[in-house]
Design a protein around this ligand. Sequence first.
Ligand code: ATP
Length: 270
Amino acid sequence: PLITAMEVIDSQEVDYSEIGGLDQQIMEISESVELPITKPEVFERIGITPPKGVLLFGPPGTGKTLLAKAVAHRTNATFIRVVGSELVQKYIGDGAKLVRDIFEMARKKAPAIIFIDELDAIAATRLEDTNGADREVQRTLMQLLAEMDGFDNRGDVRIIAATNRADVLDPAIVRPGRLDRIIEIPLPDKDGRETIFRIHTERLNIGSDVDVKKLSDLTEGASGADIGAIVMEAGMLAVRNDSDHIGMSDLLDAVTKVMVPKANNVDHSE
Ligand code: ATP
């Protein structure tokens, strides 16, 4: 109960089929994280050591967590999720110890996947003079690097880290033998959005007038999380109207509701 910045989940229910528009990325992550756990002999035969860790980077809500969970599910690995910002906020003075505990637990519960979300909170380069809190973050990062260096690539502990801001990361973290595979998770394109709309409406009662192609046309710039929010909002509208299904008009209203505030937040400075 003390350690709430770390969440251990033994079996993940996410399947690759629930992730839309990321086929290439799914292939890459399955080769670099799943395969070394399920078929280590393939790497031995060829004589290469599998990557120790993978860095996923891209905008918020694009499926990075989903991907990590799906990999854990495929391998039946213990999934340990840590959030970078929580690690350093809640545990001032204790971040380094928590990092140590996390790796120890992973080794005990192997095969295990350590998922570090918001990696930038602990692994950003600091240019200015460091104050006390920054030094603590630095110590946490040092411990993380030491743990990564200290375990064997051929073992069955893998690291997946995620960030929205790969540009600010300390280069030390992406050195060979650490997070040595970098996979970009972009916003979905038109086809990707269509697939994600299909995935999110699959189990719902949807009217025959619903046109997912049109919805995908209307949602340029939307993330997978935005599409999830649109479908949820449309469902709420259907509930409010006491309808027995979600109609195209509910979805169109939901698109407006979710996309307009986003459009107003767009940074026009570029
Ligand atoms: P963050 O950077 O904010 O942590 P993330 O990239 O980890 O975001 P997820 O937590 O994986 O994003 O996505 C949030 C939710 O959005 C998912 O639970 C899912 O419902 C939906 N979603 C995001 N991306 C996709 C996708 N590619 N396919 C299907 N659903 C998606």
